[in-house]
Design a protein around this ligand. Structure first.
Ligand SMILES: [Zn+2]
Ligand SMILES: [Zn+2]
Length: 307
C-alpha cells in the first residue's frame, strides 16, 4: 500500500490562475484527508482525480483566509451531492464559533453530521484503524497547528521456510501467527509469532508544516518523516523578511527536513511574487538534496519501505 499526496493549491496569500491557495489531499487505502481548504479548493478537487465524496477528515492549520476560505463552499457542495456520512473537521480554537456563526446566518446548513474537533494540545487528534493523525503547535502570527499522519508498525514478514522447519501445518495457523497470535500445535508445542515472523516493519509518516517560522515543534512533527511538506513562502536568503512575517524560507524548510531526519521534502505555500520555482527549490537542495517543489495538481507517491 502507498500514500498519494495531491496538491490542490500551493501558493500563499491570494488565489492566482496558475497557483491556488493552500490545500493538500492525502489519499490512503480508500480514504481521503484534506489538509487546509483555501478558497476554490472544491473547484481544484473537480479538476483533480480525487473524489470529494471520499473525504473522511479535514484538518485546518490556522484561521488565515488562504487556508480556510474554501471550507463553507465545499461543505455546501457535499450537501448538494447528498452526502450522508459524517465528516470530521479538526482545527484551532474558534472552529465551533466560526461554524455557529455560519450556521446562524444560514450560510452553512450541512445535510450530514459534522464533528468539530478543536485542537488544544499536542498529540493524536484522529484515530484510524491502523494509523493516527497527530498535531504539534507551530509558530505563526495566529494559533497554528501542523499535522502528521503516522501509520502503525506492521508485523514482520511470515517466514514460510522457518514454519516448515518447525513442522507447523500450513493453513489457518499461518494466518493466526501472522496476526500476532500464539498457537498450540496438535503435538502440544506452543509457537509464538516471533518464531516465524521477521522484524516488525515501520509504517509511513507524512508531516504537514505550514504556516510557521522555524521552531522545535515543527522539527518534532517532521521527525523521521518519509515525506515532509513544509512551507517555503520565500526563497533561501530572505530569512529576515520571512521570519518578520511569521513564515519560513526554502532554506528553513530544508534545515527542518535535515534536522528531523526526514527522507523527502516537498515545498509549498510559495509567495505569489515568486514564480521562479527553480530558484526556490535550488536554494533548498543545497541543504537537503531530496527536495522537490509542489505545483498545483502535482502528485507525490510515498511507498512503504518493506524489509
Ligand atoms: Zn498561509
Ligand atoms: Zn498564515
Amino acid at each position: 500500500m502507498s500514500i498519494q499526496l495531491v496538491f490542490l493549491g500551493t501558493g500563499s496569500g491570494k488565489p492566482m490562475p496558475q497557483r491556488n491557495v493552500s490545500s493538500m489531499g492525502l489519499f490512503r487505502d480508500g480514504e481521503l484527508f484534506l489538509f487546509d481548504c483555501g478558497e476554490a479548493t472544491q473547484i481544484q478537487l473537480t479538476r483533480s482525480n480525487l473524489r470529494p465524496g471520499a473525504i473522511e477528515g479535514i484538518f485546518l492549520t490556522h484561521f488565515h483566509g488562504d487556508h480556510v476560505n474554501g471550507l463553507p463552499g465545499l461543505i455546501g457542495s457535499l450537501t448538494l451531492n447528498r452526502r450522508s456520512r459524517p465528516l470530521t473537521i479538526t482545527g484551532p480554537r474558534g472552529l465551533r464559533k466560526w461554524f455557529k456563526c455560519l450556521h446562524d446566518l444560514h450560510i452553512l446548513r450541512p445535510g450530514f453530521p459534522v464533528k468539530l474537533e478543536e485542537v488544544r494540545e499536542p498529540g493524536p487528534v484522529f484515530e484510524g484503524e491502523d494509523y493516527h493523525i497527530e498535531t504539534q503547535p507551530l509558530e505563526h502570527r495566529v494559533d497554528t497547528w501542523g499535522y502528521a499522519l503516522v501509520e502503525d508498525e506492521r508485523p514482520g514478514r511470515f517466514d514460510v521456510g522457518r514454519a516448515l522447519e518447525l513442522n507447523i501445518p500450513s493453513g489457518p495457523l499461518y494466518g493466526r501467527l501472522q496476526r500476532g497470535e500464539s498457537v498450540t500445535l496438535d503435538d502440544g508445542r506452543q509457537i509464538e509469532p516471533e518464531d516465524v515472523l521477521g522484524a516488525s516493519r515501520p509504517g509511513l509518516k507524512i508531516a504537514y508544516c505550514t504556516d510557521t517560522v522555524p521552531c522545535p515543534s515543527a522539527t518534532l512533527l517532521a521527525r523521521d518523516a518519509d515525506l515532509l511538506v513544509h512551507e517555503a513562502t520565500y526563497p533561501a536568503g530572505d530569512e529576515k523578511l520571512a521570519h518578520q512575517r511569521g513564515h519560513s524560507t526554502a532554506g528553513d524548510a530544508a534545515r527542518c527536513a535535515k534536522e528531523a531526519g526526514a527522507r523527502r521534502l516537498v515545498l509549498t505555500h510559495i509567495s505569489q511574487k515568486h514564480m521562479n520555482l527553480d530558484e526556490i527549490v535550488s536554494g533548498a537542495r543545497e541543504i537537503f538534496a531530496e527536495t522537490e517543489v509542489a505545483r498545483d495538481f502535482a502528485t507525490f507517491t510515498v511507498e512503504r519501505r518493506d524489509r
